[in-house]
Design a protein around this ligand. Structure first.
Ligand code: ACO
Length: 430
């Protein structure tokens, strides 16, 4: 017997049985609830999709109350400890951990796609010297659709697979170009003898040495951070990726849009905002005053709170451990003490406790990135690199899902009733 929901419409006295599947009703089933034949039928009103599942997904599972995050069933803690970013990207995209041969060919396929078309350098020249690297990155990613016009054939599996590899490989190269552009340094070509993160560090920081050698602890720390950021189910940017992709736009255009959504300070721009906030607070002595201001409604405690996690974000816990390893190499970030004090006070304070506000992934990641030598503006870009894998997995899942159509929400119209055009000379308005 299927579970059903019985709805009585007080307006008509009629009763309706609506099937419940997987803890959800189909919003379209509500359309049969009408007051008359020409009534459109009942809709749901859910601004910001706070209680609407827009897809079925097999990729990432989050239990926000328990602080659980699984990629394809594997706990994030185990992946962060034992996997690599590229292996995790494979898992996220294809559903299973690769065997040795599959992993080797996957790594090779990504590695051979790290070079950028030389035209990208000309595009880079068009940006101001101080252009935000996230603005550069998302523009160049969008521009790649003009370099790979075949990408628009999104129903062709072989073509889709090629773009997936290109994007995972090229986004770090674009990010590195953006950084080198900002710092006025020559662009560095990829070194395919290095790991994914080792090569990324090479493209960022290589100077005159013949071969750049990444510090193994920093290389691994970045890999762990990339694993933690690889996917996070239906967040703002992923929904944009699916939304744009649902019109069958090519993946470069869709991913540029997703990156734009990530740029905002309430999403992937939060780690940048955390650092600005810590700098503004300035010292531990000013922390209570700052908390008081936030509680009074003057600003937010950036890096705290999450739409889904109502307990400690499991990624924040892993990042805290990674921070210790990084600071062992780079020296302690002086802003860490302010962050620790903020966390200590907030976790005891009634305002934060009752609203279930805990540190999220962005609270500590910026401190690590800063200690590793990244300017604040690069933080959202560092988020976008690994999230590329998640965006692409979600995009492909959406394209192959027979339930999906072009995304097109409804609205409740609250504007003017029909009225006649008023000639300019007869209008009351100034
Ligand atoms: N500081 C202070 N108060 C907060 C915070 C915060 N960081 N976050 C939420 N609140 C308060 C709200 O003012 C609200 O209080 P009220 O009930 O008295 O009005 C209550 O907690 C619920 O907040 P909402 O805004 O309804 O929560 P929502 O789920 O919409 O927002 C969000 C989630 C955007 C992440 C929010 O917590 C926030 O702005 N955090 C700071 C920015 C941040 O760190 N973003 C990164 C998120 S992780 C990521 O995207 C990778």
């Amino acid at each position: 017997m299927t579970d059903t929901l019985t709805i009585t419409d007080n307006r008509t006295g009629k009763q309706y049985e609506v099937p419940i599947q997987d803890g959800a009703i189909r919003a379209t089933d509500l359309r049969k609830i009408k007051t008359s034949g020409d009534d459109f039928g009942l809709m749901t009103y859910d601004p910001a999709y706070q209680n609407t599942a827009a897809c079925r997904s097999r990729i990432t599972y989050i239990d926000g109350d328990k602080g659980v995050l699984l990629y394809r069933g594997y706990p994030i803690e185990q992946l962060a400890e034992q996997s690599t970013f590229l292996e995790t990207a494979y898992l996220i995209l294809f559903g299973e951990l690769p065997g040795a041969a599959a992993l080797e060919s996957w790594v090779r396929e990504i590695t051979v796609h790290t070079m950028l078309h030389e035209n990208v350098k000309k595009l880079m020249e068009g940006f101001q010297y101080d252009a935000h690297p996230m603005g550069i990155m998302l523009s160049i990613v969008g521009a790649l659709s003009t370099i790979y016009p075949e990408a628009k054939r999104v129903q062709d599996d072989e073509i889709r697979q090629r773009q997936i590899r290109r994007l995972i490989a090229k986004v770090p190269s674009i990010a590195a170009y953006a950084y080198r552009h900002n710092t006025g340094r020559p662009y560095i070509y990829p070194d395919n003898s290095l790991s994914f993160t080792g090569n990324f560090l090479n493209m960022l920081f290589k100077m005159t040495e013949v071969q750049y050698r990444p510090h193994p602890i920093l290389e691994r720390a970045l890999d762990v951070l990339f694993i933690l950021h690889a996917d996070h189910e239906q967040n703002c940017s992923t929904s944009v990726m699916r939304g744009i992709g649902s019109s069958q736009a090519d993946p470069y255009s869709s991913l540029a849009g997703a990156a734009a959504a990530l740029y905002g300070p309430l999403h992937g721009g939060a780690n940048e905002a955390v650092l600005r906030m810590l700098k503004e607070i300035g010292s531990i002595a000013h922390v209570p005053e700052f908390i008081k201001r936030v509680k009074g409604g003057d600003g937010r405690l950036m890096g705290f709170g999450h739409r889904v996690y109502k307990s400690y974000d499991p990624r924040a816990r892993i990042i805290k451990q990674t921070a210790d390893q990084v600071f062992g190499v780079t020296g302690r970030n002086p802003l860490l003490d302010i962050a620790l004090e903020l966390e200590r006070i907030a976790l005891e304070d009634d305002y934060f406790v009752t609203r279930k506000l805990y540190p999220n992934v962005d609270f500590y990641s910026g401190l690590i990135y800063q200690a590793m030598g990244f300017p604040n503006e690069m933080f959202p870009v560092l988020f976008a690199i690994p999230r590329t894998a998640g965006w692409l997995a979600q995009w492909e899942e959406m394209l192959l899902d027979p339930d999906q159509k072009i995304a097109r929400p409804r609205q409740i119209y609250t504007g003017a009733a029909p009225r006649d055009y008023v000639p300019r000379e007869k209008r009351q308005q100034p």
